[in-house]
Design a protein around this ligand. Structure first.
Ligand SMILES: *[C@@H]1O[C@H](CO)[C@@H](O)[C@H](O)[C@H]1NC(C)=O
Ligand SMILES: *[C@@H]1O[C@H](CO)[C@@H](O)[C@H](O)[C@H]1NC(C)=O
Length: 385
């Protein structure tokens, strides 16, 4: 863990909530715990994900992820020393802006990894940069409204390639979404701390690896990214939340990426049903790794809420309302629990139950109060006699 991050965390005391015995983060300066009725426990894998070495497994081998061939010193081998496209960038946010301005998908994916590698190796600063209004995109795929996306039968792609193409599109967008978060909020690095930027650059690196697996597998099936139209919904939500870091965290990792936790395992099953086990393994691995990205989003959302003195649960719900973001099931509760999203935040029926539990505990408290008063009264009465 980087020093600054430790400092930031040192400002918060983990405390057990008296009612539900879940862990809450309380600023050390506050004497009494705030009545956050939230049940947040961070993803167990968060620390080891943060501490994990650079992941060079950018190819999908016969037995799963593996490094690219000619691994003397990847990823530097991708570019000659004097045409390193990142040479002019000297901070993390400049590197991020460069990735966002790169239109070729494979180049974007490689640059993304190069940027994260330089950040890890060279102790660069976060710096301040301005992201492009929208990330650079290739001329294909055509971006259309969701209604205009062809059905599998009309797409010219077999079902497995069709599903993989959709996933490749999500992963490419995810690279830009993560870098946009790094670059756009770089001017707030004094408040957010280095750990925030390290986490989201790391997310971008993971997504770039996922995109490279998807495009490799598409090529093996005889297709490539851009062979059918794709939608531009993902970027729209990103754009909407560009002025508010809490909104960005709520809308992108905690809603958009959390949808991947629900849909990923279903997609794996469909691909197995279709008979394409190799693609299903790629998708299964990607779905598993997405837990980290949702977890990082929840973690920083909690911290940002604390800093702003806002109650996370209601803040989350208010933001979704304000940004007109819909939560759609069916939810994968176990995956979402693992990632640390409290169930009461997104599940209406669970919310109702929790509210009932809260009302019940109030009734119990009042009862207990009356009983102790009665005891006092009877001892007083006996004393008087
Ligand atoms: C939910 O997610 C977990 C972990 O990713 C997975 O093992 C499980 O099969 C998923 N359940 C459903 C119903 O999709
Ligand atoms: C306790 O005693 C007082 C005075 O006798 C009475 O007014 C009050 O209602 C009693 N409280 C309870 C809980 O019995």
């Amino acid at each position: 863990m980087r020093r600054e991050m430790q400092l930031k965390l040192a400002l918060f005391t983990p405390v057990k909530c008296a009612l539900c015995s879940t862990l809450l983060l309380r600023p050390r300066s506050l004497a009494a715990p705030k009545p956050f009725s939230t049940s947040y426990s961070p993803w167990r894998g968060l620390q080891s994900w943060r501490a994990s070495p650079l992941n060079e497994d950018r190819r999908w081998g016969s037995n799963g992820p593996e490094p690219l061939p000619s691994p003397q010193s990847p990823p530097y081998t991708e570019f000659e020393a004097d045409d390193d496209p990142t040479a002019s960038a000297s901070s993390l946010s400049e590197l991020g802006a460069l990735v966002l301005s790169t239109s070729d998908p494979l180049a974007k994916s490689k640059l993304s990894h190069l940027a994260f590698s330089r950040w890890r190796r060279e102790r660069l600063g976060i710096g301040v940069a301005k992201p492009p209004d929208r990330p650079a995109r290739p001329s294909k795929p055509y971006l259309v409204s969701p209604k205009e996306i062809p059905a599998p039968k009309q797409s010219g792609l077999p079902l497995n390639a069709y599903m993989l193409h959709n996933l490749a599109h999500v992963e490419l967008n995810a690279i830009d979404l993560a870098w946009d978060t790094v670059v756009r909020f770089s001017s707030h690095s004094d408040v957010l701390g280095e750990g925030f930027f390290d986490d989201f650059a790391h997310v971008a690196d993971d997504e770039s690896r996922h995109f490279s697996w998807c495009s490799q597998r598409l090529a093996e099936l005889g297709f490539r990214y851009g062979d059918m139209p794709a939608h531009n919904l993902l970027w729209r939500e990103c754009e909407k939340s560009s002025g508010d870091v809490a909104a960005r965290l709520a809308v992108i990792p905690m809603v958009q990426e959390a949808r991947g936790l629900d849909a990923g395992p279903r997609l794996v099953q469909k691909l197995v049903g279709f008979g394409d086990c190799r693609t299903s393994r790629v998708v299964g691995r990607i779905a598993k790794e997405e837990v980290a990205h949702v977890a990082v989003g929840v973690f920083w959302f909690m911290l940002v809420c604390e800093k702003l003195g806002r109650v996370p649960c209601t803040t989350f719900k208010d933001l979704l309302k304000e940004y007109e973001v819909e939560l759609k099931g069916p939810f994968n509760y176990s995956a979402r629990d693992e990632a640390g999203i409290p169930r009461a935040w997104y599940d209406e029926s669970f919310m109702a139950k929790e509210n009932k539990a809260e009302q019940l505990s109030e009734v119990y408290e009042r009862l207990a109060c009356i009983i102790s008063m009665e005891k006092e009264n009877s001892s007083l009465n006996t004393g008087m006699h």
